[in-house]
Structures are given as C-alpha cells and as structure tokens.
Design a protein around this ligand. Sequence first.
Ligand SMILES: CC(C)(COP(=O)(O)OP(=O)(O)OC[C@H]1O[C@@H](n2cnc3c(N)ncnc32)[C@H](O)[C@@H]1OP(=O)(O)O)[C@@H](O)C(=O)NCCC(=O)NCCS
Length: 439
Amino acid sequence: MSPKIDPFVQHFRASAPYIHAHRGRTFVIMFGGEAVASKDLRTLLYDVALLHSLGVRIVLVAGARPQIDEALARRAVAPRFEGDLRVTDDVALQCVKEAVGATRVELEALLSMGLPNSPMAGARLQVATGNFVMAQPVGVVDGVDYQHTGKPRRVDADAIRQRLDDGAVVVLTPIGYSATGEAFNISSHDVAAAAAKALGADKLIGLLEEEGVLDAEGLPPSQLTPHEAEHILRSGRDLGHDVERHLAAAIEACRGGVPRAHLVARQSEGSLLRELFTRDGIGTMVTSETFEGVHPATQGDIGGILALIEPLEEQGVLVRRSREMLENDIDRFTVIERDGMVVACAALYAYPDDSIAELACLVVHPDYRTSGRGDQLLHYIERQCHAQGLRRLFVLTTQTSHWFRERGFDNCDLSDVPEARRPLYDQGRRSKILLKPLD
Ligand SMILES: CC(C)(COP(=O)(O)OP(=O)(O)OC[C@H]1O[C@@H](n2cnc3c(N)ncnc32)[C@H](O)[C@@H]1OP(=O)(O)O)[C@@H](O)C(=O)NCCC(=O)NCCS
C-alpha cells in the first residue's frame, strides 16, 4: 500500500501542471458591478494578483450596472431598459461616467496592494486602463433610440498586448469611445467577448452572481459546446439575466476563436482558483475543443495507463503488467483521455484464426466511474472486433463478472478460449471466464 499523502502536498502536486499550463496565457475575466460592491472584492482581487504572479496575462472587465442605477436613483431618475439593454440618455451617460470612474478607482486601489500578508506584500501591480475599446452607437432599433448606448466596434488589441507585455493588469470598463470623440455605454459582457476575441485570449472567464448554469434536468453541466450552450440559452427557461448575459458572451467568444470560456459562481470561496487549478473545475466550461475523447493509445499514454492500473494490480483486481509489457502491447490499448489525463483504458488481443478476441485491462479511474465510460469503451472494442471480423469476445475477471453479464457476456470454460491462450491461464487467480457472441 502506498503511504498516506499529506493533502497539501497532494493538492500542490495536482495543481502544478495547471500552473505550468497557464503561464504566459491571456485570460479575460469579467464580473459585474455587484462584485465590485461586494465585501469579497478584496479576496477576488487577491486571487487575480496571485494569478498574475504565476505569469498569467490578465484583462479584467468590470461591470457597473448597480452603481449606474444608484447614481440615477440619487438623481431620482428611474433606469430605462429595453429588453436587457439600457437606454442611455444624457443624464444616464453622466451617471455611467461617474459610476465607471468610481469602479475603476476602487479596482486600481485594491490591485495596488499586491499580495498582502505574503512575502509579495507591496509588490505593487501595475494597472493599465485607457481608450482600448472603440464604440459605435446602437442607434434606433424597433423605434427605440438608444442614444448613448453603444456596441464594440473595434478593440485595440495591440495596445492591450503592449500593456500586458509590460507586466500590467489591464482593466476594461463598459465605456467605449467613437471616432467622433463621444463616449458610449456598452454592456460589459459585450466588451469582454470582443476583447477576448480581438486578443485571441486563451480563456474568457465569467464570474456569475447567480449559482450557475443549469441544464434542463436542473443539473450544472461541467462542459458544453457552444451549440449546446445556445440550446440552453434559447430554451425559454428563465436562467436569470446574469447567467444569460454570461452564456451569450461565452458562446460569442468561443465562436470567435477563444478555445475555452468558463462560467463560475463568484460567491463560492476561491471559485476562480478552483476552476483553473483542478482538472474538473467547479463551473461550466464552454468549448468547441474535444476535452475528452476515446482514441487508440500511443507510447505517450503509457505513464497514464500505468498510473490507472497500478492501484488495481495492488488490490489483485488486475494481473500485473510491467512497463516493458505495456510498451510492447501499446497498439492493443484504447484510452479515454480527459484534459490530458488517461481516465480509462482497455486492451484487445485478437486471435483471428479462431475469430475470437480477449478484452483485457478494462479500467475506469475511480473518480470517473458510473458515467457510462465503461460501456463506451466496451462498445468501442466491440466495433473494433466487427471491423476485424472477430465474432466472439471473452474476458477473464475475478471481481467484475456481473458487470460483464449485464452486458451480454456468459460464463464459459477454459476450453472455449483459443488454445494458444490456455497455458497462460493463472490457476492461482481462478478468474472467471466470460464470453459474448458478437453477431
Ligand atoms: C468495471 C468498470 C470498468 C466499469 O466502469 P464504469 O465507467 O463505472 O462503467 P459504466 O458507467 O458503464 O457502468 C456503471 C455500472 O456498472 C456497475 N458496476 C461497477 N462495477 C461493478 C462490478 N464489479 N460488478 C457489477 N456491477 C458493477 C455500477 O454499479 C454501475 O451500475 P448502475 O449504472 O446500475 O449504477 C469499473 O468499475 C472499473 O474500472 N473497475 C475496476 C477494474 C475492473 O474490474 N475491470 C474489469 C476486469 S478487466
């Protein structure tokens, strides 16, 4: 048995590959004015400073909707929205400028703390803001004149990159400027999506005020394609404005070439770090990439397969296989890889003369069981058998016979397996032999 590992050491080791993977990457992080007003802003910006210290290039996009509404309330003016879009008249624009200015100062002040209570206290972060977003007016839509409400026209990605190269954290606000010298109020989600696309960012991260995205069954999906995300968005269910706006920005960014967009509940402690430094994260990731897939194993998968099977070999569930054996047999293996980690494997040994094959070493990582991956691999192996004209599949197992019986296998004898395989049967293990006809 391996000695018990200290949880800190275990977590640190598990997050190390992500620290390495995120270094030098560009993340656009969007959050609402609620986050700016919240008492948790310090903690959030501490985590941002931590990411920055790990070499992540960060663009923050801060909304100011509640602050703008408060500024209007102080003037006894009711905010005006058409659908989800603010109609920004002269008074509202004044409020936008006030609220956005105050928000910016608040962020700059807190980011200037660096990493308090750590050896990096006082390592002041440089914050860069500016006229990075060019805007154009929304204009008149369906008879509604949106006045000073705008949409992004162009993001000056080169200028932002220069500030990031200099080591600054870039802060974008929901204001854009036009070539005619006017300021426009833009939705912060539109700014974030446009900036992520223009920069070719590696991630767009949205910090949600609400609990998260829920699918039709009321469950939080850990991963969605842009198409699936759109399906949820257009389902007619009430997802909450905040989730809808974030989801729309995530879809737009992914379709515009951003590989991954993450939506995470802001109020869950350390959510940003947990999303970025654990394999499965805690939120919903929208991505067009195949994050998980079945494929024939290659030499590069040997380490992953060994890590998967060794604990089961120790428990006596599987027969021991050395690295050399695996290297020789790697072409017989199929793996399911999830974000670079082998989470399941299976091997197929064919006896074409007897049109029979052995399924061996079918393993799913304990964290990923009972989600159909075992079945997925079995189907994949059965398709391989069909393709090779093999008509029966057998398996030797000590503890999993029922799993196979529920999938069409039946007990059989050693005499049913190919002659060449019989001498290799380990009488000491007394494995059960099960056979499935594939016709
Ligand atoms: C057997 C194994 C591959 C199944 O993987 P999986 O991804 O969990 O499989 P699926 O999700 O497709 O199926 C899960 C179902 O199988 C059941 N199951 C899991 N292990 C079982 C066993 N030993 N006996 C009977 N049923 C079992 C689960 O309870 C679950 O049933 P449910 O859907 O009714 O809840 C996995 O449990 C494993 O890796 N086991 C250890 C290695 C092993 O024994 N391999 C077989 C010998 S080569």
